[in-house]
Ligand binder design. Structure first.
Ligand SMILES: Cc1ncc(COP(=O)(O)O)c(C=O)c1O
Length: 401
């Protein structure tokens, strides 16, 4: 699953190209860099891979979300709807913009429930962030239709689903903007890193200017004399990250193929077990094969199944109790404990309302997650390990189901 498993020669070659020039900064130094622009090349190749018109690289997937929301005009006083089952970064990015994250339920895809998304829309809703969790798509065509009907902008959080698609169209390219993460644990990694994709030139330009102190990147003048249209900040990726990204992107096709191979036997075994229900896939959806997700008839059986696998030394996750991926477990959000110890952005000020979170505000998501067990798929799984997983799944099912 994580690209760090396959770091190797191509990353080293790209890094050496950068070190040979001595230029670690992505802009400027035209005469010294001997034509080496790794971040730019990574952006171009990433756009090509996803089928997006534009891509802009940033230092993390969290920053990618913040920059995308900012480019779309999300600001204090707004509400942004997203699912309560996600990595907490999705919520944090909304709050970084001064907006209020409004949680919605997930459905059997384990991603945003289109109906609940529509129910949560108010006159303050400016954007929605469907998150494609654990490598597999949300019902993105329905979500886009609802968003368009209500004039709401869409940012797809594709941090966990690079390479997955619906109807042949890659995830991240359905919405107004799509964001990706290349942190240490993602399908391709740059150590830390992120990418924003879009087909809208204005949004791309706004994102790239905001992420570079407002520089308008005018090619006709030196950097010191570049103009600015608005205030920004420093959210730049550096050349070493770009170099690693290029090496990793070159292997993505092979990585996905290996994951698919590793996933197949495990999937087939699970599908043959009575009492096991596989995660739903939207019509014409394509997985990125990073995880395999399945449900048991009830919470007791799911917990027992999970316990049995982990006691046998196998990797499995029970997300209902996960500390960082499910809102009911985020006591600091529920208690509205911000770093500046105030109620902003949840109450008063530009918001005007008073938004409160609670442990039991997502009953449908809780009911889905309490029955769910997830097995991560690694690139380095060998035949012996896969056989052992298959055997343990069968033995566990016999004992528990
Ligand atoms: C769904 C989701 N969104 C956003 C992020 C944030 O990415 P990063 O760790 O690169 O900041 C992650 C990282 O795990 C994630 O899983």
């Amino acid at each position: 699953m994580p690209g760090y498993e396959w770091l190797g020669e191509s990353e080293k070659e790209h890094i050496n190209d950068v070190l040979d020039t001595g230029i670690l900064f992505r802009y400027e130094f035209k005469d010294d860099r001997k034509g080496v622009y790794k971040v730019r090349e990574f952006e171009e190749k990433f756009a090509q891979y996803t089928g997006a018109a534009y891509a802009h690289a940033v230092p993390s997937g969290s920053v990618a979300l913040k920059v995308a929301l900012t480019a779309l005009g999300v600001r204090p006083g707004d509400e942004v709807i997203t699912q309560g089952f996600t990595f907490i970064a999705t919520f944090e990015a909304i709050m970084e913009c001064g907006a209020v994250p409004v949680p919605a339920e997930i459905d059997d895809t384990l991603n945003l429930d289109p109906e609940d998304f529509e129910r949560k829309i108010t006159d303050k809703t400016r954007a929605v962030i469907p998150v494609h969790m654990l490598g597999s798509p949300a019902r993105i065509p329905e979500i886009i239709d609802i968003a368009r009907k209500h004039n709401i902008r869409v940012v797809e959080d594709t941090a966990q689903a690079l390479g997955a698609a619906v109807g042949g169209k890659k995830l991240g390219t359905w919405g107004d903007m799509g964001t990706f993460s290349f942190d240490f644990y993602k399908t391709i990694t740059t150590g830390e890193g992120g990418m924003i994709v879009t087909n809208d030139r204005d949004l791309y330009v706004r994102a790239s200017e905001y992420a570079d102190h407002g520089h308008d990147h005018n090619p006709d003048v030196g950097r010191a004399m570049e103009g600015r249209n608005f205030l920004g900040f420093n959210y730049r990726m550096n050349e070493l990250q770009g170099a690693v990204g290029l090496g990793q992107l070159g292997k993505l096709g092979d990585m996905m193929q290996r994951q698919q191979e590793n996933q197949t036997l495990i999937r087939e075994t699970l599908e043959s077990l009575e009492g096991v229900t596989m995660r739903a896939m939207p019509e014409n959806g394509k997985d990125s094969y990073t995880h395999i997700c399945f449900s048991l008839p009830n919470a007791e059986k799911a917990m027992a199944f999970h316990k049995h696998l982990t006691e046998k030394g196998l990797s499995a996750i029970y997300f209902k109790n996960n500390f960082w991926h499910f809102l009911p477990n985020w006591e600091h959000l529920i208690e509205r404990k911000t770093a500046w110890n105030s109620e902003y952005p949840f109450a008063g000020g530009p918001y005007g309302g008073d938004f409160r979170y609670s442990k039991d505000m997502l009953p449908k998501s809780s009911a889905i997650l309490e029955k769910l067990v997830v097995i991560p798929i690694l690139l380095q799984m060998d035949e012996d390990l896969i056989q052992r997983i298959v055997m343990e799944l069968q033995a566990t099912a016999e004992e528990i189901l």
